[in-house]
Write a protein that binds this ligand. Sequence first.
Ligand code: NDP
Length: 321
Amino acid sequence: MKAIQISQTGGPEVLHVRDIDAPVPSEDEVLVDVQVAGVNYIDTYYREGVYHAALPFVPGLEGTGRVVYDPQGEIAEGTVVAWCDAFGSYAEQVCVPRDRLVAVPEGVSPDVAASMLLQGITAHYLTYGVYDLQEGDSCLITAGAGGVGLLATQMAAAKGARVFSVVSSNQKEKLALEAGATEVFRYSDNLAEVVRRRNDGVGVDVVYDGVGKDTFNESLEAVRPRGTVCLFGAASGPVEPFDPQLLNTHGSIFLTRPSIGAWTSGEGEFRMRAQAVTQAVVDGTLKFRVSSSYPLAEAAQAHRDLHARKTTGSIVLQVQD
Ligand code: NDP
């Protein structure tokens, strides 16, 4: 089968198309033909070696396609499914852990199905789990027009929260406003100041920060005393080690660095969040913006565009018809 394989970690140029053997599912897995693979920022951390995987490896964690073979005979061949957490999804076939796949409802497009779970579940656990926003709460979301950002914005706005979004361009500002942001700022703004000016003089209840290094200090400044800074990613690089005393000086604030793994590890938690996201897609209450679609062979270009901050919403790879 054709797959993107990484033989040594590095820049986008290490993403090569290769012919490799198809994987063989264990009893806990289902073999699927991949139609579309989702591209996520986390894929770039594996490619760079920031997150470790044994070489050579096929990157990618999510996608949509048809079931080829279920060793337990529970899922019929041809069933259209979507998944996340199946390492090796940039390939014509992948083994998906059976507890990490969902049936794709009719009417959901392959591009949306391929990108709805990882980013959708992340946005869900951030806004319903890490800090369960209530009506009248306020939040600040960095990379507000990215994959997770646009979804978290919609979820937070639907809960009646005030959403302050940070983006890098006018086009991204427009998208964040369409998603329900109350106000959109730039990274060059003094976030602590502009947030307070628009938030009755106080910091926000929670900052959802997926940018990391470049925004972390401002995130600490922008939150209210006893508020929460949720550092959930590192698009600009990992945060430098810091003195925990800073949490005291900013008013006894809480800091968490969550992962989708931990926030889907409870009994039935993955299914609950996946169902909430899928249902919202079907109802039309959660809109996915798949801004770019690349052939599998152009995975390197997809990563380049993600790094260059050219993408908005989600992006996908077309693997096969
Ligand atoms: P995005 O679509 O949000 O792409 C990343 C965005 O980050 C860019 O579009 C850009 O938006 C912003 N950004 C800011 N600084 C930089 C920089 N120096 N280089 C590149 N981009 C920058 O990606 P995802 O939605 O896939 O992921 C968003 C974040 O969420 C990532 O950090 C990812 O690791 C994290 N994540 C964490 C999960 C978890 O469970 N902890 C799960 C899923 C994602 P702009 O131009 O507006 O600044």
